[in-house]
Design a protein around this ligand. Structure first.
Ligand SMILES: [Zn+2]
Length: 176
C-alpha cells in the first residue's frame, strides 16, 4: 500500500510502539492506525501509562494540505487536538482510520492526550476545543482592554456573581 501523505513510501504492517497494529510509512515515518485496533488495545490495557516522563522537544510535522486515506481512497477530515495548538489529526471517517504524521504521537503524549486518541474525534471533544479557544480569545481581549486592572476586575466579577443582590451593587458602583 502506497503512502498517500509523502507519496514516496510504502505502508508496512507493524506494531505501533509494540502496542497495537498499524501501518508505518517506510519513507516519512507516518502511521495509519485503525481506531478499532487502538480501542481494543485500550480495553485490554486500561491502566497503560502513555505519559512522558521528561519533556522532550517534540517536533511534529504539520500537514495542512488535504490527504487521501491510503486504505479507502477517500478524503480525510482534519480534527483539532486542543485549543493551545493549531495541530490537527487526519481521520478517515468511513473506516475510522487515523493518520499520524511523524512526531504527532509524541505531541499527544506530551499533552497527556495519547490515551484520548479516539475521543479527540468526537463532537464533544471538538466542541470543547472551540469553547476553550473562544474563552482564550475573550481573555486576551479583556486583558488588553483592562490592562493591569484586569486581574482585580476578574476577581471582583466572581465576588459579584455570587451575590444575590448584584444588580444593586452594580448600580452602586456606577452611581456618583
Ligand atoms: Zn509516507
Amino acid at each position: 500500500m502506497k503512502c498517500s501523505s509523502c507519496k514516496n513510501g510504502n505502508l508496512e504492517r507493524g506494531y505501533f510502539e509494540g502496542l497495537f497494529a498499524c501501518h508505518t510509512c517506510s519513507n516519512c515515518g507516518g502511521d495509519l492506525i485503525l481506531l478499532g485496533d487502538f480501542l481494543r488495545w485500550q480495553e485490554l490495557n486500561p491502566k497503560a501509562d502513555l505519559s512522558v516522563e521528561a519533556k522532550v522537544d517534540v517536533v511534529a510535522e504539520d500537514t495542512s494540505r488535504a490527504m487521501l486515506c491510503p486504505l479507502s481512497g477517500t478524503l480525510m477530515t482534519k480534527y483539532r487536538i486542543a485549543a493551545d495548538t493549531e495541530h490537527r489529526l487526519d481521520l478517515s471517517p468511513s473506516i475510522n482510520a487515523v493518520w499520524l504524521d511523524k512526531g504527532e504521537w509524541d505531541l499527544l503524549k506530551e499533552k497527556g492526550l495519547a490515551n484520548k486518541l479516539a475521543e479527540i474525534f468526537t463532537d464533544h471533544w471538538q466542541r470543547g476545543v472551540r469553547e476553550e479557544e473562544t474563552s482564550e480569545v475573550l481573555e486576551d481581549l479583556y486583558e488588553r482592554r483592562f490592562g493591569e486592572n484586569y486581574e482585580q476586575v476578574k476577581a471582583f466579577k466572581s465576588v459579584l456573581q455570587a451575590m444575590p443582590n448584584r444588580q444593586e451593587v452594580v448600580a452602586y458602583l456606577l452611581s456618583d
